[in-house]
Design a protein around this ligand. Structure first.
Ligand code: UDP
Ligand code: MG
Length: 321
């Protein structure tokens, strides 16, 4: 018996794209079931993230017409990341593997075959990454790629050009369930779970209907959220800055004292200059030290699992002679 695949698609005001998305995915599922790649018990789950249009009515209709479609209705709009998590956590006990994708099918659905194939090979997490960003504007491409590089440089582990199109096995989802943090940045958390993983690439299309729910303002705050929820390194910069200022103050101190003894200064200049730099440096170091503790508290409050055991080999039957 082949494994059960659930797909989770968060939807916010997607009435224009839903019928077409449902049609294309159904076709894909029928092919996969026919080839015996996935079980006939597989489902396509739409998560309605508090839409203001007829999205939920459409999901209900789809479910009534065909049991391949399921729906989850959130009490109100909670944003893409939360809608996605709601979907993943709701279906994790019914499925062997779950693929998440956006409802606008910007991610190529051909990637589903490749992901299932990699899952069969024993990968617990298959990241869908965009091969090129040719269809993006220069601005979107540069900002997005810089974001991935910056996040990695700051110590967050993100897969380059991977958004939220990914396959996760049941045990990977159970790992994810142990991350209880509220400031959730899924694509940074999933690599922390571990287990064998791989990347498949695809080219992302343009939205075929409706408009993006991610304007620039939301994108910037999302990037900020990503960095600050994964890394406390920015705090370290304050400490480093403080130390730099302090070193400068020492240099300036030497310089001003030399000038002072050479009688090249006006009264008050030396003491003024030294105190400005010295006090500035000391204050910044102090802020950095406080920041280090705040960072520790921040990480503690997330209560992240410290480890996930993949296997435990232990023979309880045989007695040792
Ligand atoms: N979405 C959501 N809740 C929101 C905003 C967006 O569930 O508050 C969903 C949306 O329906 C889509 C996905 O998140 O399935 C990605 O949104 P969108 O396509 O607008 O973003 P873009 O592809 O332009 O970055
Ligand atoms: Mg989109």
């Amino acid at each position: 018996m082949s494994d059960i695949l659930y797909m989770v698609l968060p939807c916010y005001n997607e009435e224009e794209v839903l019928p077409e998305t449902a049609r294309q995915l159904k076709e894909k599922y029928q092919q996969l079931i026919k080839k015996d790649c996935i079980s006939p018990l597989s489902r396509i789950v739409f998560v309605n993230d508090g839409s203001k249009d007829r999205t939920w009515e459409l999901i209900q209709e789809l479910h009534e017409q065909d049991s391949m479609f399921s729906g989850i209705n959130l009490s109100r709009n909670r944003g893409h990341q939360n809608a996605l998590l709601a979907g993943l956590m709701t279906v994790k006990d019914c499925a062997d593997m779950v693929i998440s994708m956006d409802a606008d099918l910007q991610d190529d659905i051909g990637v589903i075959d490749a992901m299932v194939e990699e899952y069969e090979k024993g990968h617990d997490v298959v990241y869908g990454a965009r091969s090129a960003r040719e269809k993006d504007t220069w601005f979107k491409r540069t900002t997005a790629e810089s974001f991935y590089k910056l996040t990695n440089a700051l110590g967050g582990e993100v897969v380059f050009n991977h958004a939220d199109c990914r396959l996760m096995s049941k045990r990977a989802l159970e790992g994810l369930a142990q991350y209880k943090e509220v400031n959730l940045f899924l694509r940074g958390i999933v690599p922390m779970i571990g287990y064998p993983s791989t990347v498949v690439t695809y080219e992302r299309n343009e939205r075929f209907a409706g408009e993006s729910k991610y304007p620039l303002k939301k994108m910037l705050s999302f990037a900020m959220e990503g960095i600050t929820s994964l890394s406390t390194k920015p705090i370290r910069f304050v400490t480093t800055g403080g130390v730099c200022f302090f070193l400068v103050s020492v240099a300036i101190m030497i310089y001003t004292l030399v000038q002072f003894f050479l009688h090249k200064t006006v009264p008050g200049w030396s003491s003024m200059l030294i105190s400005v730099w010295f006090v500035g440096g000391v204050q910044m170091i102090a802020l950095g030290v406080i920041g280090e503790y705040v960072g520790k508290i921040y990480m503690e409050t997330k209560e992240r699992p410290r480890f996930i055991v993949e296997s435990f080999i232990n023979d309880t039957e045989h007695q040792i002679k």
